[in-house]
Write a protein of this length. Structure first.
Length: 253
């Protein structure tokens, strides 16, 4: 990914498909604290990004890359309504995430967003099946129906035979597959993944990333992935680099 091919990300998606996800004038600034962050301003504020505009088309798979500490994870938190920007707006379809109250934000995430973290965050006292069913139980679905949906998703990620195993009995790759099934069991429109293969060895990371690609295609997802792996990044439809508070388009794959 050569800097010679870098261009500023256009707020209008490069795809002909309509924009599913839009960030308009997005700004995230943390108050003045004693900090040695490279993003710290002379006043001591930490400015992650300012007036950031970009969009992701429906069905697109976009990779976000950049050095540690540039705000990639913070950006995903804003896109998932896990945090609020200092200024600007985030839209998913016709929903303005910045106008949601905490209860509405939780309902939005349960309904519209699947989130995969670098660490699986499975509940150790529950089985793989129960972990996958948890988002459905949270929204009030009946126990038997939730388990039925969860079992189907464990089959989708190739773990139907591990349904009754607790997280501590699973390998790292299996744990991340369960977390992927849990993220998608609610049928979200948007998949956000923050270094989903970062804790895995090379062979296992390849298997998990290939699975994400497969599920993205088969379930017509709109996906945004943060990754430090350049080989995985270029296998996404578009690669954006977060640097100096702005997203720069590196490649349209």
């Amino acid at each position: 990914m050569s800097d010679a091919s870098v261009q500023k990300a256009d707020p209008i998606s490069v795809s002909d498909a309509p924009a599913m996800l839009r960030a308009i004038g997005l700004t995230k600034i943390y108050p003045a604290i004693a900090s040695t962050s490279r993003n710290a301003s002379p006043s001591g504020e930490v400015v992650l990004f300012r007036n950031l505009d970009f969009s992701v088309a429906a069905g697109e798979m976009v990779a976000i890359v950049g050095e540690s500490g540039t705000g990639k994870s913070s950006l995903l938190h804003l896109l998932a309504a896990l945090d609020r920007p200092t200024a600007g707006e985030v839209w998913l379809g016709d929903t303005n995430l910045c106008r949601l109250n905490p209860c509405q934000s939780a309902e939005f995430r349960n309904r519209d967003v699947g989130y995969v973290w670098q660490f699986h965050y499975l509940l150790p006292e529950f089985t793989a099946l129960e972990n996958v069913a948890m988002p459905l139980l949270t929204r009030g679905m009946g126990h038997a129906e939730a388990l039925q949906h969860a079992r189907r998703w464990l089959d989708e990620v190739g773990l139907s035979t591990r349904a009754d195993h607790r997280s501590g009995e699973l390998s790292g790759g299996e744990q991340q597959r369960v977390s992927l099934a849990r993220a998608l069991v609610t049928g979200p429109r948007l998949l956000l993944a923050d270094e989903p293969t970062g804790d895995l060895d090379g062979k296992t990371a390849e298997a998990v990333f290939s699975l994400i690609q497969k599920l993205h295609r088969e379930h017509l997802l709109t996906s945004v992935l943060v990754t430090h792996n350049p080989e995985f990044a270029v296998r996404c439809g578009r690669v954006l680099r977060l640097r100096d508070g702005q997203l720069q388009q590196i490649a349209n794959c």
